[in-house]
Design a protein around this ligand. Structure first.
Ligand SMILES: Nc1nc2c(ncn2[C@@H]2O[C@H](COP(=O)(O)OP(=O)(O)OP(=O)(O)O)[C@@H](O)[C@H]2O)c(=O)[nH]1
Ligand SMILES: [Mg+2]
Length: 370
């Protein structure tokens, strides 16, 4: 099994669960036993002691992780230390506490202890309608992750339309599906060019931001242009429609271009045209795979991309906006409440001189006895 999935926190466990259903090797770590129970297809689970969930308190997750890191490290080594595991994908939400707190420390430690493995951090960015705490957890987590020498594949909840359940279902299934597909391609054989295990590892050993995109050439409208220009345009359009953070088109270091479809259009793939949006002279290292089991699916993986500044400026703006709103609320009279009774005619409040005796709980309860 080349790719294993280690889910951290609730969202991470959900993604690992989808991967487990596809047959990938998986494990999950959480402070919440209930979240772990929900990931019912995941075989190996670790409940870290100290708290039942951390309720978005990322600092608490970090402290507990520091206290219990021995057991966590031992768990990961036990299940993923095996030499058949080459790539460890680590999905987790950045907006919560558990996964967001655990991920940077755990990855930092595991990368030092298992230097032969390739790690992929898969942080989930909160939707733009989520609260300031989620946005703050997100920016703090990403800042820590970027300091590590690791490939970061940020899933972006704001890229999928619809309610929470639809967003989660779509993103979780796609992430698990892509990991599964990439692994499957490395196990297939083709006379026209293989995307092998070494390619997969080299691709993801690249530090920086990553994205995965797909397009089905066969399901595009009949008028689809299968000329080199047409195919390149379809692939480039798929880069704008991923479930991952928006792509910054300054630099791409490595890429995989995997085509699974009719052999006859193979010659129409012009990589110069396809990668044109990236500034000329990019030191792109391209891995290709051409298979013929499907009707025309193109999967592209881009790694070593530059940081999606605009998306994070949006997160910073959401944090600032909510911080300034909170400050206004604290400063203004709006935060004070003036009870109407203050202006009430005080004569009406005169209490009879004979005080009523204090009532005890038993008295009150006795009123309700049947
Ligand atoms: N894509 C996706 N996002 C999710 C999913 N579940 C939760 N989220 C997102 O993740 C954030 C909440 O993170 P959780 O994973 O629930 O948090 P946690 O790591 O368990 O941490 P605590 O619950 O605070 O202990 C929310 O902001 C959502 O944006 C999921 O299954 N898929
Ligand atoms: Mg949780």
């Amino acid at each position: 099994m080349t790719i294993a999935v280690l889910g951290l926190g609730g969202a991470g466990g959900n993604i690992a669960n989808e991967a487990a259903k596809l047959g990938l090797q998986t494990a999950a770590i959480n402070f919440s036993q209930r979240d772990l129970n929900a990931a019912d297809a995941v075989k190996h689970k670790l409940k870290v002691p100290g708290s039942e969930g951390v309720g978005h308190d990322r600092e608490l997750a970090i402290t507990l992780m520091q206290e219990h890191y021995d057991m966590v490290v031992q768990f990961v080594q036990e299940h993923f230390g095996n030499h058949t595991v080459k790539v460890i994908a680590v999905p987790f939400a950045t907006g919560g506490g558990s996964g967001a707190g655990m991920a940077p420390i755990l990855m930092d430690v595991m990368m030092a202890l298992l230097p032969d493995k390739v790690f992929i951090a898969i942080p989930v960015l909160p939707g733009t309608s989520e609260g300031a705490v989620s946005q703050m957890n997100c920016s703090a987590t990403i800042a820590e992750l970027l300091k590590l020498d690791v490939c970061v594949l940020p899933v972006d909840n704001s890229k999928v339309a619809g309610g929470k359940s639809r967003v989660y279902e779509e993103t979780n299934n796609r992430v698990a599906g892509y990991l599964y597909d990439l692994m499957s391609f490395t196990e297939m054989e083709s006379k026209n060019g293989n995307f092998d295990r070494t390619d997969l590892c080299t691709l993801f050993r690249q530090k920086g931001i990553a994205a995965i995109a797909e397009v089905e050439l066969a399901t595009l409208p009949k008028s689809i242009d299968l000329s080199p220009q047409g195919i390149a345009a379809s692939i480039r359009a798929s880069w704008d429609e991923t479930i991952f953070a928006p792509i910054d088109f300054s630099i791409v270091r490595k890429a995989a271009l995997i085509y699974d479809g009719q052999e006859s259009i193979l010659d129409h793939f012009d990589t110069g045209l396809i990668f044109e949006p990236f500034a000329a002279g990019n030191p792109l290292d391209l891995f290709e795979g051409f298979y013929h089991t499907s009707t025309g699916r193109v999967l592209t993986v881009l790694t070593g991309l530059t940081f999606p500044k605009d998306r994070f400026e949006q997160i910073d703006a959401l944090i600032e906006e909510s911080t300034s709103r909170a400050e206004v609320a604290l400063d203004s009279e709006a935060a004070e409440y003036t009870p109407k009774t203050v202006n009430f005619d005080q004569r009406l409040r005169k209490v009879p001189v004979t005080a009523t005796p204090a009532r005890n709980v038993t008295d009150i309860l006795s009123k309700y006895r049947r």
